[in-house]
Write a protein that binds this ligand. Structure first.
Ligand code: PEP
Ligand code: MG
Length: 325
């Protein structure tokens, strides 16, 4: 399927109105990196770091992790890789950590909550990332930030790790960016000053949608019940995009919905400047984005909203089919 879009590989995702959308890929293994040139992605927008922890039966060592992160950056060359720190708990359970018997693991002790409560692993991982970058830019994001204080505490860990490396005489990253994943509705309502404080914001759409509709992403009976293109969810995303834009903060949407062409089109029209998705989705999304005027898409979304439609999916599909899609 990727071959069909090979001719688009070197072309940017510029819509007919002139707006360029940055298309990035999601990854989690060294084996994913060859897709970076072949997919036409501008970089890795989400590198999930859980796999290295999940595939072992003991905690990986810092040197091992550092070597792996360094190889990932080597393979990406001058393209940016956004490393997401460990998101353990919920659906991702480590065999060598005491299992937590939690009634609602998705809302339980997971991700940055574990990282801040038991900072040993987070510190080790941050040190491994900083060492791996050595002279290169480093981009890190923290998962599941539900409250500004969690981001501040996590960033303080990052700053301490940098300081420790500096004292030890290691070569520091040439530049650092530290961002927050917005995966719980609460963070969207953080004060505007918080949106200015983060270096960038990334929407974890899989989690954000499950908490917005209170519909478990792992539960087959409910997970497809609510439409991502429901006007309620789009209005919510719009508010986030507006806050980021007013703050001048780069915003991306990672999560499976970014790789669905109709969804990608809507997110772009709402003002999301970057989308991160499975490598195989980049071609189809780019193909569609390059053929539309986002102002027209936006007008179509607004029209559907004004008419009282619950979802913009059907109206947008009809609009696209009238345009020959
Ligand atoms: C998300 O929640 O959308 C996300 C990107 O992270 P994960 O799917 O790993 O929870
Ligand atoms: Mg998530």
């Amino acid at each position: 399927a990727m071959e069909r879009y090979a001719s688009l590989r070197e072309l940017p995702a510029v819509a007919r109105c002139g707006t360029e959308i940055g298309l990035y890929m999601n990854a989690g293994l060294m084996a994913d990196l060859p897709s970076l040139p072949s997919s036409g992605a501008e970089g890795v927008g989400l590198f999930r770091t859980e796999l290295q922890f999940l595939i072992r039966n003991q905690m990986p060592r810092r040197a091992e992790l550092s070597a792996l992160y360094s190889r990932v950056m080597d393979a990406a060359g001058d393209k940016r890789v956004t490393f997401r720190t460990l998101d353990i708990g919920s659906d991702k359970v480590l065999s060598y950590m005491k299992p937590n018997d939690e009634p609602n693991p998705a809302m339980g002790w997971r991700a940055i909550r574990v990282g801040l409560d038991k900072p040993g692993v987070l510190r080790m991982q941050l040190q491994a990332l900083i060492r791996a970058a050595a002279g290169r830019p480093l981009t890190v994001m923290f998962p599941f930030i539900a409250h500004p204080s969690e981001f501040r505490d996590a960033r303080a860990e990052f700053d301490k790790a940098m300081e420790r490396e500096r004292i030890l005489g290691h070569v520091l990253p040439s530049q650092t960016e530290v961002g927050a994943m917005l995966e719980t509705p609460s963070l969207a309502f953080a004060p505007q000053s918080f949106f200015e404080e983060v270096d960038f914001m990334s929407i974890g759409g899989n989690d954000l949608k499950q908490f917005f509709f209170a519909a478990d992403r792992e539960n087959e009976r409910v997970r497809r019940r609510y439409d991502t293109l429901d006007v309620s969810f789009l209005d919510f995303l719009q508010m986030i995009a507006d806050k980021c834009r007013a703050a001048g903060t780069p915003l991306s949407f990672c999560g499976e919905d970014a790789g669905r062409p109709l969804e990608a089109l809507c997110f772009a029209a709402l003002g999301f400047p970057m989308l991160s998705m499975r490598p195989a989705s980049i071609g189809p999304v780019k193909h569609l984005l390059r053929s539309v005027d986002l102002k027209e898409v936006r007008a179509e979304i607004d029209r559907a909203r004004a008419s009282g439609a619950q979802s913009v999916r059907a109206p947008l599909r009809q609009w696209l089919s009238r345009a020959g899609w």
